[in-house]
Design a protein around this ligand. Structure first.
Ligand SMILES: [Zn+2]
Ligand SMILES: [Zn+2]
Length: 208
């Protein structure tokens, strides 16, 4: 999908608004797709690993069809605008990593955002917030791909999407848990939260 104004309108309708994170997601997708498949002729299926859980995820889901539901999108929220787009058959991948995010008026924005959270914002404050967000969106669109992102192609990314639907029972809390998300601790399967809990109790890093 080419990132035309019409498509941006569709993506923002899907997401609910236009915001800087959404635009970063759109730009990252477009760049990755152009890099992996410049002629748009590939029949390969795509998977995406995203390292944040922001509005950018909606852009990725809309533009690529890789969703959390169909498991072609995996989100590991490390708070980074870093994305790995993988062609599953050839295992070709492109890593897109945001280079810069230095918005003008950021300190003003955070003061106003705090007022908004505390229900203290005036109409003037809300207009100012919107105008700053609009400025940031325009700034993001004004940058070239090279100015915005580091891009690296690789073939060494394993197919990161596990489609297993087998469930096992956590031996600590007894919840059912997908086997790929269970940890084998000294021969028994436990879910992540129990693994962390047991790790804290034992005070040992052997559980981690
Ligand atoms: Zn948003
Ligand atoms: Zn558990």
């Amino acid at each position: 999908m080419l990132l035309t104004n019409v498509n941006l309108k569709r993506i923002s309708d899907f997401h609910g608004h236009v915001c800087p994170n959404l635009v970063i997601g759109c730009r990252a997708c477009q760049l990755a797709l152009d890099t992996l498949d410049p002629d748009q002729t590939s029949q390969e299926t795509l998977s995406v690993i995203a390292e944040n859980q922001t509005s950018a995820i909606d852009a990725i889901q809309y533009m690529t069809g890789c969703t959390l539901g169909n498991q072609h999108l995996r989100v590991r929220d490390l708070g980074k605008h870093k994305y790995i787009f993988v062609f599953n058959q050839s295992n070709r991948a492109v890593i897109v990593n945001l280079k810069q995010m230095e918005f003008s008026g950021e300190s003003t924005y955070f003061v106003l955002e705090r007022k908004l959270r505390d229900n203290q914002a005036t109409m003037e404050d809300i207009h100012k917030i919107q105008s700053l967000l609009d400025q940031w969106v325009s700034w993001l669109f004004s940058l070239s791909d090279q100015e915005l992102f580091h891009v690296a192609e690789t073939t060494s990314i394993p197919p990161g999407i596990n489609l297993s639907s087998r469930y096992v029972r956590c031996s600590h809390c007894q919840d059912l848990v997908e086997d790929s998300k269970a940890e084998n601790i000294h021969g028994v399967l436990v879910c992540y939260p129990c693994s962390r809990l047991l790790s804290c109790k034992s005070g040992s890093s052997a559980w981690q």
